[in-house]
Design a protein around this ligand. Structure first.
Ligand code: SF4
Length: 270
């Protein structure tokens, strides 16, 4: 292993932090021959592919898209292996099967420096892989880059935010169980076809639903949609009353990224 040349890899999730890191590394460390990689679950939002194209055009480099569907081993294949048991925050089999394993297969035993976009103002540590040949590096932490800086990097580069930020705070699959109820409502309104597909995976009578204790059928009832919207509007007002002055991050990101809560998977949501 020691005779091999170290590969420098930056994993893009389609989210703002990994994107800002890609821009930051290209602009500040052009000497590093970086590989940009995206693990495609084939359950992504269309906005993600549009954003990746925008990032590629800024970087002037192709993003390698690792497909989880190679050899027909995509989400549906694993769902049948897990006997219809939908992934959940407690049982994130999707992250391992659709994101981490394709990535580990891609790097094999090569020594890798893996650039991770955790910011200096975040309290989380994170490993995407625990393989000994993969060394995580945290350039934003080292350089003291905060959320405001990330927005500045995205704005100055012209890459900006992905379009889904208008209604959702995280990258990842359209049916991701980490999304909040207001984001499910966003999916109903922005991508009703994808919402219907997400719904088709549920088996409420067996307790298999994306949201604990509530099916997507329930959540899409007009009265329930109105209730979720009104609860969200109230919460927004309460938050706005507490927050002064507004930060750059809040001004440029719209309402949804204000509520990042640090949960989620590093490989899917950075
Ligand atoms: S985005 Fe969500 S559903 Fe998709 S692989 Fe990641 S954790 Fe699983």
């Amino acid at each position: 292993m020691s005779d091999k040349i170290t590969r420098h890899i930056l994993l893009l999730s389609g989210g703002k932090d990994s994107t800002a890191l890609a821009i930051y590394m290209r602009d500040n460390h052009p000497e590093i021959e970086m590989e940009y990689v995206f693990c495609d679950t084939h359950k992504e939002l269309p906005e993600i592919y549009e954003y990746l194209a925008r990032i590629e055009s800024y970087l002037g480099k192709r993003i390698t898209k690792l497909s989880s569907e190679e050899g027909d081993r995509g989400f549906d294949h694993f769902l049948s292996i897990y006997r219809g048991y939908l992934p959940s925050p407690q049982m994130r089999w999707c992250t391992r099967q659709l994101k981490i394993e394709p990535f580990e297969k891609h790097v094999a035993n090569d020594p890798v420096s893996l650039y991770v976009g955790i910011r200096a103002d975040e309290n989380r540590e994170g490993f995407i892989s625990t393989k000994p040949n993969i060394t995580p590096l945290y350039p934003f932490k080292e350089a003291g880059i905060t959320k405001d800086d990330v927005f500045r990097i995205l704005q100055d580069s012209g890459v900006d935010l992905p379009k889904y930020y208008e209604w959702r705070s995280r990258s990842g699959c359209y049916f991701c169980f980490f999304q909040r109820k207001i984001e499910w409502v966003g999916l109903i309104e922005k991508h009703p076809d994808l919402f219907e597909i997400a719904k088709s995976y549920e088996k409420p009578e067996e307790g298999y639903t994306w949201i604990q204790g509530e099916s997507l059928d329930d959540i899409s009832r007009p009265d329930r949609v109105e209730e979720i919207k009104s609860q969200y509007a109230k919460r927004k007002l309460q938050l706005a009353a507490k927050r002064k002055p507004r930060t750059l991050a809040e001004i440029f990101s719209g309402e949804f990224s204000e509520e990042e809560d640090g949960t989620g998977c590093l490989i899917c949501h950075l």
